[in-house]
Design a protein around this ligand. Structure first.
Ligand SMILES: [Zn+2]
Length: 288
């Protein structure tokens, strides 16, 4: 099976009250790790690509070809969606050209009027190509200049204006934050989440900043309509920790332990393990 868009996997998740994990690619090892994890536990998966990763890994076309070829090579049979994460308008356009099956256009930095205009254009392009679209309303918090802000909450009416354009999924700030969460974080705002879901009918909602939100809050968000959860930082931390252990134990100085494949193997395994752990939490195991 080739790449699929996110429509069917998300509507199934919505009906089945679970969520599909979105895991960010960073390099070739992460492609292997996530594909093998999804296949092993028979879960659908969404692979996310940020602008930085696109530049690092040779552009959208290279990544789309690499993921498709890996799927053939590894005999992956579960549904795999290749998705742009927080795409600018230009990035969304290059990913559409490059063969991605899904795009996120993040227009949250624009006024709601301009966000609506640009999202509408992307939706029109994607409809003809059977590509799914994620939009964003209300910026999601995160670390900026060393200051970590409480995530902001989206206006449910603005969410409706974007939902009515025919997007397939919507990311809305509900107090979530990218990266590590501060100790005094106030948690997710479930009242806002419920209000957004009411305004947007049954539109699949996306929870960004899924690294470090307590499991119980993630489960409650899924009950309230979230059916895609983005995870990046936790997988990166798992990779870093396993790699550090390998070096600290001096394994790179034993035999052929210095080869790049050997050095990256523990990180790859740790990424795979973390991914499966998240799929278990989201309830997507066995849902392929
Ligand atoms: Zn995000």
């Amino acid at each position: 099976m080739g790449l699929v868009n996110a429509k069917e996997m998300l509507s199934k998740a919505k009906a089945g009250h679970y969520a599909v994990g979105h895991f960010n690619l960073n390099n070739m090892e992460s492609v292997r790790a996530f594909l093998l994890a999804a296949q092993q536990v028979q879960s659908p998966i969404i692979l996310g690509v940020s602008g930085g990763t696109a530049k690092y890994m040779g552009g959208y076309r290279t990544i789309a070809d690499m993921v498709s070829d890996f799927m053939d090579f590894l005999e992956i049979t579960v549904p795999v969606c290749l998705h742009v994460d927080h795409g600018t308008f230009e990035e969304a356009l290059s990913a559409i050209e490059g063969g991605f099956s899904s795009v996120m256009f993040d227009g949250s930095k624009y006024s709601i009027e301009e966000n609506v205009e640009k999202t509408k254009y992307i939706v029109g392009l994607c409809r003809d190509r059977n590509i799914s679209v994620e939009a964003e309303v209300g910026a999601i918090g995160g670390e900026e200049d060393g200051h970590i802000a409480m995530g902001e909450c989206a206006d449910p009416k603005e969410c409706r204006a974007i939902a009515d354009l025919g997007v397939d999924m919507l990311a809305a700030g509900i107090g979530n934050i990218h990266g590590k969460y501060p100790a005094d974080w106030k948690g997710l705002n479930f009242d806002v989440l419920a209000a957004i879901q009411r305004e947007t009918k049954d539109l699949p909602l996306v929870l960004h900043g899924g690294s470090g939100i307590p499991d119980e809050m993630v489960k409650k968000a899924i009950e309230l309509g979230v059916c895609k959860v983005n995870v990046n930082t936790e997988c990166q931390l798992a990779f870093a920790e396993a790699t550090r252990e390998y070096i600290e134990e001096g394994k790179d100085q034993q035999g052929k332990g210095f080869t790049p494949r050997a050095m990256l193997a523990p990180g790859l395994e740790a990424t795979k393990k973390k991914c499966i752990e998240k799929m278990e939490l989201f309830g997507s195991i066995g849902k392929a």
